[in-house]
Write a protein that binds this ligand. Structure first.
Ligand code: ADP
Length: 481
């Protein structure tokens, strides 16, 4: 079975968030299940420079205002197709926004091009490659199922996966023709969305199946309250919707071999964590004794992630005798606020603003508990890594966080199955209560160690999710290939 996966970011070529991790890990996870996955992504400079001897597979002329090439390459075993279209992608920095933080004004064309080429590959742009399924990720690939649906030809099966419903790709209706969509597409059953064109909406309406990245998020986005404008549409297609949890890449996130850790995991002992904690504290300038409990955060700093609530709860965290390290970037006001907290109390609050993969690993290996107070969270990856690294996740009971952490309530502790702490609703007081519960359990080493051991034994890999995807591909695959 051949599946073409289409994504705007793919680890290790380009990453701004969890989508890249998922798109990068899926092909490897599916290989043993009879699924051969190729991945199409845009040729941003950072991607092109990482390609070793790419092959030009096809020249494409007149792709939304310029000529392009489809390149094929192998990147650490990933079979990638890279759309090299300099007029669309040859820009520095973040894939979606300019240096002022504004969306590129031609994002509609940039990601319609990705989707159009994906659809064309589905319709035999490459003579020797005919995928059975086109799997589109997020709004940037959302038009792929639409182009295929309107092609009027035998087409591959299509799957639309929502990694984050907050990003929808909305553009003016006047772009219909310039984007090469037929007039009839501008309808409720097509790409039309609140009078304009909705890329994600198009994919959700026109793909054969919809998936999102956890069962609870699937339920949340099927409702008017959680659907961010798309709840009616998604709820109406609920029989075609599934929630498949993400895994983590177990080769990248392996405490036994992790090159970024000061000390690596050996056997079932936990002494290695203490050395990482010391290294982490030293790196961020924390000066408290090793016995102080250390909370960690690795996150985009945004409204979604609830880190304003953590700021408000910080006095309580400190009153509990605990310390905090934060690795993140994003919202300028939050960045400033966390830096201010660190300079107020540098020995107990360590903040690193920026994106730092090695430091993320050290926070996982060195913090005692990992905080994820998100207002909504489709799946969340950091709490999965935390389980694998023996940092106890303290999470909001939403989306994938609700599905992946077993709350240390009395029964779960008695049964010896707890892996973390959940709180609800997502507000300052419940968060403070969760911090206090965590600090209390931390002072009960037997229970705490059991929770860590449970986390370390949790299967957070890709094999289970991969089985779900493989079954879904089989269900929608076209049989004319
Ligand atoms: P989202 O995709 O919403 O940002 P996820 O939890 O799904 O959130 O994925 C976030 C990914 O990005 C994780 O792999 C996490 O380790 C990583 N990450 C987030 N912020 C940083 C940062 N500042 N430095 C390094 N890695 C980060």
């Amino acid at each position: 079975m051949r599946v073409l996966s289409v994504a705007s970011e793919v680890f290790p070529l380009v990453k701004t968030g969890g989508l890249a991790d998922v798109a990068g890990a899926l092909p490897g996870a599916l290989a043993s299940r009879g699924v051969t996955m190729r991945t199409l992504l845009p040729g941003y400079p950072t991607v092109l420079e990482k390609l070793d001897t790419p092959k030009t597979l096809r020249r494409i002329s007149g792709l939304f205002g310029g000529d392009a090439r489809l390149l094929g390459a192998d990147v650490d075993g990933l079979d990638v197709l890279v759309l090299d279209a300099p007029h669309l992608y040859e820009r520095p920095g973040n894939p979606y926004i300019d240096s002022l933080g504004l969306d590129w004004p031609d994002n509609a064309q940039r990601f319609a091009a990705l989707s159009k080429v994906a659809a064309d590959i589905g319709l035999e742009l490459l003579p020797r490659y005919r995928p059975h399924v086109v799997h589109a990720h997020d709004w940037q690939a959302g038009l792929a199922p639409a182009y295929l649906a309107y092609a009027g030809k035998k087409r591959p099966g299509t799957i639309m996966t929502v990694h984050n419903l907050a990003f929808q790709g909305r553009f003016p209706a006047e772009l219909l023709r310039p984007l090469g969509l037929p007039q009839k597409a501008l309808s409720m059953d097509g790409v039309e969305y609140f009078g304009g064109i909705g890329f994600l909406k198009a994919g959700l309406r026109l793909a054969d199946r919809i998936t999102t990245v956890s069962p609870t998020y699937a339920a949340e986005i099927s409702t008017v309250e959680g659907g961010m404008g798309l709840g009616g549409l998604i709820g109406g297609r609920a029989d075609l919707l599934s929630g498949i949890l993400n895994g983590v890449d177990e080769a990248v996130w392996d405490p036994a071999t992790d090159p970024y850790l000061k000390a690596r995991r050996r056997g079932n002992g936990l002494a290695w964590r203490g050395r990482n904690k010391a290294a982490l504290k030293e790196r961020l300038g924390l000066t408290t004794p090793p016995e102080n409990m250390l909370f960690g955060v690795i996150s985009r700093l945004s409204e979604q992630k609830g880190l304003d609530l953590l700021l408000a709860a910080l006095p309580r965290l400190k009153a509990l005798g605990a310390d905090l390290v934060v690795l993140g970037s994003g919202d300028a006001a939050l960045e400033r606020a966390y830096l201010a907290e660190a300079s107020k109390d540098p020995g107990r609050v360590g903040v690193f603003i920026g994106y730092d993969e090695p430091l993320a690993h050290l926070v996982q290996g060195g913090s005692d508990a990992l905080l994820v107070p998100s207002r909504f969270e489709p799946c969340g990856l950091t709490q999965l890594c935390a389980l694998r690294y023996g940092s106890v996740p303290v999470v909001a009971r939403v989306g994938g966080l609700a599905d992946t952490v077993i709350d240390a309530n009395e029964m779960a502790i008695a049964a010896g199955v707890a892996t973390g702490i959940q709180f609800a609703p997502v507000a300052r007081e419940p968060l403070e209560h969760a911090l206090a519960r965590a600090a209390d359990l931390w002072r009960q080493p037997k229970i705490w160690r059991q929770m860590q051991a449970n986390g370390l034994a949790t299967d957070v890999g890709w094999q289970r999710p991969a089985a779900h995807y493989a079954a879904l591909y089989r269900a929608v695959a076209s049989d004319d290939r």
